[in-house]
Write a protein that binds this ligand. Structure first.
Ligand SMILES: [Zn+2]
Length: 214
């Protein structure tokens, strides 16, 4: 695919940090807006969806790490995906994911294999995607510093509604002089200041890169 090649060649000689802002699953939308007002059914639906999408998101992240000089990933939208590579910083602005927990007894469990209820209490397990207000300031500061220390910031998806991380591309580009590449089919405002824009779904772009290699 032409867009994939132009993206890779644009980023080829640069250190890259990626801003992960893929579409939020419909099942998780309510929870993100109001983490404490959710119903059990919504929580289970959200966690199930995230566990299904985990593989897809990990494939995308691995394609990034294989093809780019990737120094970090800043997660703005919820995912259970983990990259876990040496030298790649992973920052999650939504809080801890990769685990589910029981509100009653406090036990945490890994996402895989996915359990719906706490084996101790029988209550539905909750995905750990709630914001962590206590250390949010520090997380955002670390994310901004990480983005600004790279040559290029690669925005995947639509970060605009995902506050406070939505500000990172603006700050990095306008104050840090970081080059900005945006892959999104949405009409996002940061496209107006981007050095490279690809009007496609990131999964489409990086899916095609993997296909080419295999
Ligand atoms: Zn429990």
């Amino acid at each position: 695919m032409e867009e994939a090649s132009s993206l890779i060649s644009f980023l080829s000689d640069k250190s890259v940090v990626s801003l992960f802002a893929l579409d939020t699953p419909e099942e998780c939308a309510e929870i993100l807006l109001d983490p404490l007002g959710e119903t059990k059914e919504q929580l289970i639906a959200c966690a199930s969806k995230l566990s299904v999408l985990r593989k897809r998101d990990e494939e995308l992240l691995n394609a990034l790490a294989l093809n780019l000089n990737l120094g970090g990933v800043i997660f703005l939208s919820p995912t259970f995906a983990q990259l876990k590579r040496k030298n790649v910083i992973e920052i999650r602005l939504l809080g801890e994911v990769g685990e589910v927990f029981c509100k009653k007894c406090g036990h945490s469990f890994p996402i895989v294999p996915f359990e719906e209820v706490c084996p101790y209490c029988g209550l539905p397990l909750l995905p750990k995607i709630q914001p962590l207000p206590g250390d949010m300031g520090k997380r955002v500061e670390r994310a901004v510093r990480t983005a600004m220390s790279s040559d290029a910031l690669l925005v995947l998806g639509n970060p605009e509604k995902l506050l406070p991380g939505a500000l990172i591309p603006w700050v990095s580009k306008l104050f840090g002089g970081v080059e900005l590449a945006v892959v999104s089919r949405d009409d996002v405002a940061i496209k107006s200041i981007a050095d490279l824009v690809i009007n496609k779904d990131p999964l489409e772009i990086f899916g095609s890169i993997e296909e080419k290699r295999s």
